[in-house]
Design a protein around this ligand. Structure first.
Ligand SMILES: [Zn+2]
Ligand SMILES: [Zn+2]
Length: 273
């Protein structure tokens, strides 16, 4: 299986591309976003890294075909989970929030919650490939991100918002001018995951309140999430409010506790510490 076949992409216009892994058939297949700037390009999340993403970008000329005008490319992880960081090692410049930089540098697959099955990979990336051997490679981040940092692409800027809850180093990236929010796993149109190691419910509630505030102050028009389809500010408000209400209910608390115990047990089996 070549890199050319492994991924698919679509242009959303204005220098934004959506890339997806075609043969990863699971809810945690992530959206990969490529954004072209006048002076720097960024890729937000990198998928599992089973085939070369830089090669795919290059062969499809997603960053233009003028080798003289090549911008630096920064790979940003919205957080350390394996479905987003598996491909980070393929890039020279790598950014992640400070609270997950160590996990990335140490290749801590427990914190990355690496759990993959053969069934989820519908075409073998290479002969004899087995899910049980899959691990995210350790990567020393070249850029450590903090709340309030601004990533300058030249003609567009991405502000870093630290939004813990799903994981401790989860970030959203906000293009304030275009009111475009790259939300990672902080919020997408699907079940909220708040029960993994380093998930934190009360942080998640504060994060959701902040998201609602961003919508109320009309700072967000469109959300390009870490999973599933894009949506608008109204849906973001609805999803965030729904989470806050359910997290505070008894049933919500019990469900988080039960799912948390189970996933922690499984992860500890795979990654004893
Ligand atoms: Zn994810
Ligand atoms: Zn995640």
């Amino acid at each position: 299986m070549s890199a050319a076949d492994w991924y698919a992409h679509k242009s959303l216009g204005e220098g934004v591309f959506w890339i997806q892994e075609r043969f990863f058939d699971a809810a945690n297949r992530c959206n990969i976003w490529l954004i072209r700037g006048s002076h720097q390009d960024v890729i937000i999340d990198t998928g599992l890294g089973l085939r070369s993403l830089p090669e795919y970008i290059e062969m499809n000329r997603l960053l233009g075909d003028d080798p003289q005008r090549k911008n630096p490319l920064l790979a940003i992880a919205t957080h350390a989970h394996f479905d987003h960081t598996g491909g980070l090692h393929q890039f020279e410049n790598v950014a992640i929030h400070s609270s997950e930089a160590e996990a990335m540098a140490n290749g801590d697959n427990y914190e990355m919650v690496t759990l993959l099955t053969d069934k989820q990979i519908t075409e073998s990336p290479s002969p004899g490939w087995k899910a049980k051997d899959y691990k995210v490679k350790a990567v020393q981040p070249t850029h450590i991100l903090q709340e309030g940092d601004v990533i300058n692409l030249g003609d567009r800027q991405l502000s870093v918002l630290h939004m813990p809850g799903h994981s401790r180093g989860s970030i959203c990236l906000l293009d304030r001018e275009k009111k475009l929010l790259f939300s990672g796993d902080v919020m997408y149109d699907g079940p909220v995951i708040d029960f993994l190691p380093y998930s934190h419910v009360s942080d998640y509630i504060s994060t959701c309140e902040r998201l609602v505030g961003l919508c109320e102050s009309e700072q967000v028009d469109q959300v390009l999430p870490g999973h599933y389809a894009a949506f608008g500010a109204k849906q973001l408000t609805h999803l965030a409010n729904t989470y806050v209400a359910s997290a505070q209910s008894c049933a919500g608390k019990f469900s988080t506790f039960a799912k948390g115990s189970l996933s922690n047990m499984m992860l500890r089996l795979y990654y004893p510490r």
